[in-house]
Design a protein around this ligand. Structure first.
Ligand code: C5P
Length: 234
């Protein structure tokens, strides 16, 4: 079934504690229904909040970026699936980790997203790891491997979305952070794109943090982004 523009917006709950996250969720009300919980909040009540949101019919992106031996990853993913999360990130650096995640998800509805190359790494950082490839070539190779392993999609910069769509087809999920509506502060992001351009480039879901969470009126900011998504899709 075709997603509504609102279902394509994932709000990043980058807050130090659950109380602050809840204030944001309450302020957004019906204008958002999909929330990303990352490492900061996961280590301070975030998994309980994930379960609560899922129980109330909300969607949760559990951004745990898992990487460990297969047995541990499989069991961790099984537990996260039981919380009712909808998306989970796993590092896409090797096939063993991703195949273990696929096994751990079992028959649940949890969708597994590969983190291919962290966007803060450049060619020199890869060289330091003994990898003699450009970041974009490595993103493409690892995305291929992720799909071969049975992963459902990838987290990618909107700048890579078009190439990935073109090379890998339409049957996988692309989730893109680094979104900035025109005129909103860039902050520490570098390769940004507007919501409209990211959707046009092939993104299925947009992760948006500060442009919504730090806005004077978060509801209005979320609504404007949903309108942008709608415009790009029509
Ligand atoms: O506030 P902002 O919109 O920049 O937040 C973006 C969110 O997406 C943050 O939770 C950040 O950790 C996450 N993210 C990112 N870039 C990546 C992967 C994840 O900004 N490459």
């Amino acid at each position: 079934m075709e997603l509504t523009p609102r279902q394509r917006l994932i709000v990043a709950l980058d807050f130090p504690d659950v109380a602050a996250a809840r204030r944001c969720i309450d302020a957004l009300g019906d204008d958002a229904g999909f929330y990303k919980i990352g490492l900061e909040l996961l280590f301070n009540g975030g998994s309980e909040l994930a379960r609560e949101l899922a129980d109330q019919g909300g969607s949760v992106f559990f951004d745990a970026k898992l990487l460990d031996i297969g047995n541990t990853v499989e069991r961790a993913v099984a537990n996260i699936a039981r919380l009712g999360a909808r998306f989970l990130t796993v590092h896409g650096t090797d096939g063993k980790t991703m195949r273990a995640a696929v096994a751990g998800r079992g028959t649940s509805d949890l969708k597994l997203l590969a983190v291919t190359v962290m966007t803060n790494l450049d060619k020199e950082d890869l060289k330091e790891q003994g990898i003699d490839l450009s970041p974009s070539a490595l993103v493409l190779a690892r995305s291929r491997m992720a799909l071969d392993c049975g992963m459902d999609g990838i987290v990618a910069s909107a700048h890579e979305a078009a190439l990935l769509r073109q090379e890998l087809g339409s049957d996988f999920i692309i989730v893109t952070p680094g979104i900035r509506p025109s005129g909103s502060p860039v902050g520490d992001q570098s390769r940004i794109m507007t919501p409209e351009a990211a959707i046009a480039a092939g993104a299925d879901y947009l992760v948006v943090g500060r442009p919504i969470t730090q806005a004077g009126d978060p509801k209005l900011a979320a609504r404007a982004i949903v309108d942008d998504i709608e415009r790009a899709r029509s």
